[in-house]
Design a protein around this ligand. Sequence first.
Ligand code: BG6
Ligand code: MG
Length: 214
Amino acid sequence: MKLNKRAIIFDLDGVICFTDKYHYQAWKMLADRLGIYFDERVNDRLRGVSRMASLEIILERASRQFTPEEKEVLAAEKNDSYRALLSGMSPSDLPDEVRDTLLELRRRGYLLTIGSSSKNTRFILERIGLGDFFDAVADGTDISRSKPDPEVFLVSAAKAGVAPADCAVVEDARSGIQAAKAAGMTALALFGDAKGCGLEDYDLASFADLLNIF
Ligand code: BG6
Ligand code: MG
């Protein structure tokens, strides 16, 4: 398959770099402290979902209710642990395959942008040496509705000055594939619960597989 698009919008967590393990560790620390059961299967439901929506999923198994103020404190506690883990990241956490593929896509003339629900997007991009790389970045600080709502991808396309129909999205989350389709974009699934979810336009075999379709 060959696609005729102007821009490629990348999800960040689980596509450009593997921060999922840090999200898991930070949520696990919080859940353990609260005595709430948490495992990889619950963690899978958090892909692409905002921080507060993730907390709500974790608290489904709690034995008591939490006030909105308590939830703010818990989300901040998780984010502090998560940021401490992110601080250890460096350009060596950007896989060579991802870096080389991005450089080749740029050489071929595509606009390359980010569409992530994370409010830590800019921090992560700096850590892995991509702070100034992308043509546009839309993240959790730009939106009021997280995936599966299309807002973050529409903002990313608008910032790059490209029509939604001229964009393809690379996602590892089913919620992200739903968001891409709702935005009127082509949805490419890589890893995670995006692959084989039935809503995607194409399943990528690897990150470098992008060079076969663009
Ligand atoms: C997404 C992750 O990219 O960002 C989710 O897939 C996460 O798991 C969401 O909850 C929000 O991240 P942050 O960094 O703002 O807490
Ligand atoms: Mg992701």
